[in-house]
Write a protein that binds this ligand. Structure first.
Ligand SMILES: Nc1nc2c(ncn2[C@@H]2O[C@H](COP(=O)(O)OP(=O)(O)OP(=O)(O)O)[C@@H](O)[C@H]2O)c(=O)[nH]1
Ligand SMILES: [Mg+2]
Length: 227
């Protein structure tokens, strides 16, 4: 099975090389699509070097920073694998979990799989309390409007069979992309599964960027994409 990994990258020079190494170290035939979202640190130079050093890496660049959704939109237009998985460029999510994430698709049960941080993965860094509450509220609101009972709508680890990935037609620029993809998947009526994954969350000192504004945008996106 060929796996397309779409990686959105915005100023991730500290972790980029290591996360790419971990993706390439998995047991899958990897098509790695790196999308720079207007980075101003050394990320672009690292991407160019990695692309020249390894087969199976393709790089795309945004002139300006537009948001995670925009980067995914660019990346999803390029995928060629049987399955597509989203991989953030920090080290919060571990590619060693692809095996468990892709299992329901490989067994022929699922069309879409979400890796959940709230289902008892082997370890999960303790969440900041108010982040956790925000996450639960966004997932609850999304569930109310999609009638899917997900435990972690905002997770980065979302895997799609290629036919579903091609139909997503991502429009959101920002982190609103998570509820957008979820609402669209729900409307398609495809088979959605969840599995427990590990999560080594970072804090603000380690480069965490997401904030209250993103939560507000997510609420608006959940409502918008429902209708
Ligand atoms: N924050 C942010 N991330 C972006 C943007 N464009 C692409 N990304 C990438 O999107 C992925 C997710 O961003 P993160 O900031 O890690 O978002 P998160 O994991 O939800 O939140 P934290 O890690 O807690 O900040 C990373 O690989 C980023 O490099 C952008 O405009 N802003
Ligand atoms: Mg992150």
């Amino acid at each position: 099975m060929k796996l397309s990994v779409v990686m959105p990258i915005f100023n991730e020079e500290r972790t980029l090389e290591e996360i790419v190494r971990r993706v390439l170290a998995t047991d899958y035939e990897i098509d790695l699509v790196l999308v720079d979202d207007g980075s101003t640190d050394g990320s672009r130079e690292i991407m160019k070097r990695l692309e020249s050093e390894h087969d199976g890496i393709r790089c795309f660049y945004h002139e300006r920073n537009q948001g995670k959704g925009a980067a995914l939109g660019t990346g999803f237009k390029e995928v060629v694998g049987d399955v597509v998985v989203i991989q953030d460029a920090d080290l919060e999510y571990d590619p060693q979990d692809y095996k468990i994430l892709l299992h329901p698709i490989e067994e022929g049960h699922a069309d879409v799989v979400y890796g959940s941080r709230f289902l008892g993965g082997r370890y999960v860094r303790v969440h900041l309390f108010w982040h956790y509450v925000g996450n639960r509220m966004l997932t609850l609101l999304s569930n109310m409007l999609t009638n899917l009972n997900l435990s972690d709508m905002e997770t980065c680890y979302k895997a799609f069979r290629i036919d579903v990935a091609r139909k997503l037609d991502i429009q959101s620029r920002s982190f609103a992309v998570e509820p957008e993809m979820t609402a669209k998947v729900a409307r398609m009526g495809v088979r959605v599964y969840e599995v427990p994954i590990r999560y080594a969350g970072r804090d603000y000192a380690e480069g965490k960027k997401i904030g209250f504004k993103d939560a507000v945008l997510a609420v608006l996106a959940i409502i918008r994409w429902r209708f």
